[in-house]
Each structure stands twice: as structure tokens, then as C-alpha cells.
Write a protein that binds this ligand. Structure first.
Ligand SMILES: C[S@@+](CC[C@H](N)C(=O)[O-])C[C@H]1O[C@@H](n2cnc3c(N)ncnc32)[C@H](O)[C@@H]1O
Length: 333
């Protein structure tokens, strides 16, 4: 029998130089990509602590279990029984992927090759660890899914038209991408016509941004870690050496369209004083009152998601609403 460890490989597509350039551009334009919230032990630990918060866990776990109990049978009918690549974009702790693959393996799907993908090395390690017991082959990919290197990796490994791939983007990762059209470009770059894309977003349940904000503030104090906003500052604190007294967190909410189809929450770091930041030999001035955007989270109207994908050349094969999440299975037409 093949040694289990030999079934696990890790590929690193992240160049440290590119990462530094990204941060520098982010600091200069006052907008850091949300992927930086999860890197470093602090970023990863805070995210895992939030996921493992018993109250949050109960809700998330209950939703996830309900979703898979009710729908995996239906969803998996689309997939070939022998030979499937599962590529988890922004895998995080990989617990949802674990449940999906356990189900497939129990139901005699064979020759599964699982590719957990994340920008955070710390989270990728957690995801791989959570998948070790599975029968499938595992190739962990440390990558920025929006990078050319990742697109090339996909082309090099998945261009065989006979192979079916299931791309996953779970845990509202789709809603974290600031630019929905940019993420569509990524998908066009990686999906072939026989591939599937399964993702979930948070379904909007407020009619306007004020209700959303009130609910968010209430949740901040009850369901989730009360210090959760701090989570978004970890990269600044750990990797850039920002001091606590440089500034504070701020959250803004707005709708991206007249009909409130998408409500967006933006997380900022606001400077309380003038600060000169030295990064990679460059000095960047931040004036008191200036802000750096650290993360977006969008909540969507269910029908809007369907028309958005249909309007961009996708076929929606299934939509499943569970609690606050909407799961969608789509493929390119
Ligand atoms: C909202 S979390 C969701 C994690 C997980 N899928 C879940 O359901 O709990 C977003 C994840 O995407 C990763 N991520 C964000 N932007 C990324 C990028 N450009 N490339 C690769 N991973 C990214 C983050 O590191 C994080 O693990």
C-alpha cells in the first residue's frame, strides 16, 4: 500500500517579491487586499478562533450539516464516479471540503485529487491536516488565486478536456472579493465547459444598510468574538509593525446599487495621528484621519446572484438556501 504521506504534496506559487510589491501598492493606494488578513500566525489564529467560537460554530456547523445532508446527493449526481479534481479556492480550515470529500468517498467516488488552495500558509497547513485521513491524493497549493502564476498552474495541470474539475469557493469567500468582475475573470481563466463551480454567499436579509449595520453591531457583541474587528488589523500589527496607538478600526456599510441587491461592509484602519511608515526601504506618510481599507464583505440578494452569473455566460444548475447562506452550483454554458 502506498504510504499516506507520499499522497500529500505542497506547491508554493507565492513569490515574496510580488507579495512585498502588493503590500506597497496597497499602502500607497490606502487599500490592502483582504488576503492579507489571514496571513501570519496572528491572522490565521484569529480567523480560526472566530471559526471555533462555540456559538458561531453551532450556527455554521448546523448550517453546513443541513446543507450537505440535504443536497450532496443531488449535487454529486453531476460528477463522474471515477476521476474528479477538487480545487478549493481560499480553503481556510478546509472543514467544508472535508465533509464533501468524505461524502463522495463513502459513496464510491474514486480517484479524487484534492487541491486545497490558499494565500495563507498557516491556513493551508490546517486544511491539509484536516484532510489527512481521506483516501484521495492531496496537493496543497500556496497561491494567490488571482495571480498569473495560479492561472498558469491551472492551465498546466487541468487543460485535459477529459478531466472534470469541481472548483469550490466556500465560506462567503466570493463576497470578500472587492471586484466581482475580477473574480469572474479568474473563473473564466480556470473553468472548462465540463467543470463545476460550487460556492456560497451570505444571503442578504436586510432591506437597507441601516438595518444591516444594526444587526452587524448586535452580532459583534453576541455571536462573534467582540473583538472581531481587530482581526482585520492583524496583518498591519504583525507584519508591518504598526503600533496599537497608530489608530483604530472602523466599519462602513453601503449598498452597491439602487435596489440594495448587494450590501457591502468595509473594514478600515483609521489613523489617529500622523505616522511615517517605513516599508521595504520606502517611506509612506499617513496623516491623522486617513484610512486604509482592509476588507470588504458583501451580502447578496439570492436572485441577483443567479442573474449575475447567468448574465455572464454561466448556467445555474442548482441553488440551495440554508440559514443565512446561499449555495450555488454553476458551470460555463
Ligand atoms: C472568508 S475565508 C473562508 C475560508 C474557508 N473557505 C471557509 O469556508 O471557512 C477566505 C479565505 O480565502 C483566502 N484568500 C483570500 N484571498 C485569496 C487569494 N487572493 N488567493 C488565495 N487565497 C485567498 C484567505 O486566506 C481565507 O482562507
Amino acid at each position: 500500500m502506498q504510504n499516506k504521506e507520499s499522497k500529500i504534496k505542497i506547491i508554493n506559487l507565492i513569490s515574496e517579491i510580488k507579495k512585498q510589491e502588493d503590500v506597497l501598492v496597497g499602502l500607497k493606494t490606502r487599500s490592502l487586499d483582504h488576503k492579507f488578513c489571514y496571513v501570519g500566525t496572528k491572522g490565521a489564529d484569529k480567523w480560526l478562533a472566530m471559526l471555533n467560537d462555540p456559538e458561531y460554530r453551532q450556527i455554521a456547523e448546523a448550517n453546513r450539516e443541513k446543507f450537505f445532508q440535504n443536497n450532496l446527493d443531488d449535487i454529486s449526481k453531476n460528477f463522474p464516479k471515477n476521476g474528479l479534481n477538487i480545487i478549493a479556492l481560499g480553503v481556510g480550515d478546509g472543514l467544508k471540503e472535508k465533509v464533501i470529500i468524505e461524502f463522495l468517498e463513502k459513496n464510491d467516488f474514486t480517484n479524487i485529487h484534492y487541491y486545497p488552495v490558499d494565500f495563507s500558509k498557516e491556513l493551508l497547513d490546517v486544511a491539509i491536516n484536516n484532510a489527512k485521513h481521506l483516501k484521495c491524493k492531496i496537493t496543497g497549493v500556496l497561491a494567490d488565486i488571482k495571480s498569473d502564476d495560479f492561472a498558469k498552474f491551472i492551465r498546466d495541470n487541468f487543460s485535459d478536456v477529459k478531466q472534470t474539475s469541481l472548483f469550490l469557493m466556500l465560506g462567503n469567500t466570493f463576497g470578500n472579493f472587492h471586484d466581482q468582475y475580477g473574480i469572474l475573470d479568474t473563473l473564466y481563466g480556470v473553468l472548462k465547459t465540463q467543470d463545476y463551480f460550487l460556492f456560497d454567499v451570505v444571503i442578504k436579509r436586510h432591506n437597507n444598510k441601516l438595518d444591516y449595520m444594526r444587526d452587524f453591531e448586535k452580532n459583534m457583541q453576541t455571536i462573534q468574538n467582540p473583538k472581531r474587528v481587530d482581526h482585520h488589523q492583524n496583518y498591519l500589527v504583525e507584519e508591518l509593525g504598526f503600533k496599537k496607538n497608530y489608530g483604530h478600526a472602523e466599519v462602513r456599510v453601503f449598498s452597491t446599487d439602487m435596489n440594495n441587491n448587494v450590501l457591502k461592509r468595509e473594514h478600515y484602519f483609521v489613523f489617529d495621528r500622523n505616522v511615517l511608515v517605513d516599508f521595504g526601504g520606502e517611506k509612506i506618510n499617513f496623516a491623522k484621519g486617513e484610512r486604509i481599507k482592509l476588507q470588504d464583505v458583501s451580502w447578496y440578494e439570492e436572485n441577483y446572484v443567479v442573474s449575475f452569473f447567468e448574465g455572464h455566460g454561466f448556467e445555474v444548475l442548482g441553488k440551495y438556501k440554508i440559514g443565512t447562506s446561499g449555495f450555488f452550483l454553476v458551470k460555463i454554458k
